[in-house]
Design a protein around this ligand. Structure first.
Ligand code: AMP
Ligand code: ZN
Length: 138
């Protein structure tokens, strides 16, 4: 199902033309309009889902299998040194378009994308608590 006024629904379903590199019954893969590097691609499901939490598990598996295929093509086509596969959920996590999508980003040493994992201090008590909660949920 498409969602009204969703730009990625329109791109994924050929309502607005875009730089498409692959398509199957479930997904369209396009080039990002503001690429980090040439070949930066986005996997878009044809059916609308806001984010990972609204995706069927089977579709997530398919999206990730496709991400491997796209990453291999991006690596071959660009000769990049590395590839990031990134999927943001929620504004706090950097999601700007609320239609699930997977980024495949070709990377080079010293390129402009800066991704660091700054460490916070998490107490032993907090670790114990979160570990118990997570283990109970999984
Ligand atoms: P995110 O921050 O994970 O929501 O990423 C959204 C991505 O979509 C950004 O990298 C944008 O450059 C890209 N984007 C936004 N609008 C378009 C569009 N019309 N065509 C292609 N890519 C787009
Ligand atoms: Zn959509």
């Amino acid at each position: 199902m498409m969602k009204d006024d969703c730009i990625f629904c329109k791109l994924a379903n050929n309502i607005i033309p875009t730089n498409s590199i692959y398509e199957d019954e479930d997904f369209k893969v396009i080039l990002d309009a503001n690429p980090v590097n040439a070949g930066h691609s986005l996997i878009l499901p044809k059916n609308h889902a806001d984010d990972l939490f609204q995706m069927e598990e089977e579709k997530v598996a398919k999206a990730y299998a496709l991400a491997k295929k796209v990453a291999e093509a991006v690596k071959k086509a660009t000769g990049c040194e590395g590839v990031n596969i990134l999927q943001n959920n929620g504004a706090a996590a950097g999601q700007t378009v609320n239609h699930y999508h997977v980024h495949i980003i070709p990377r080079y040493k010293g390129d402009k994308l800066v991704m660091t994992f700054p460490q916070s201090t998490v107490t032993e008590e907090e670790t114990k608590e979160v570990k118990e909660k997570l283990s109970a949920l999984l």
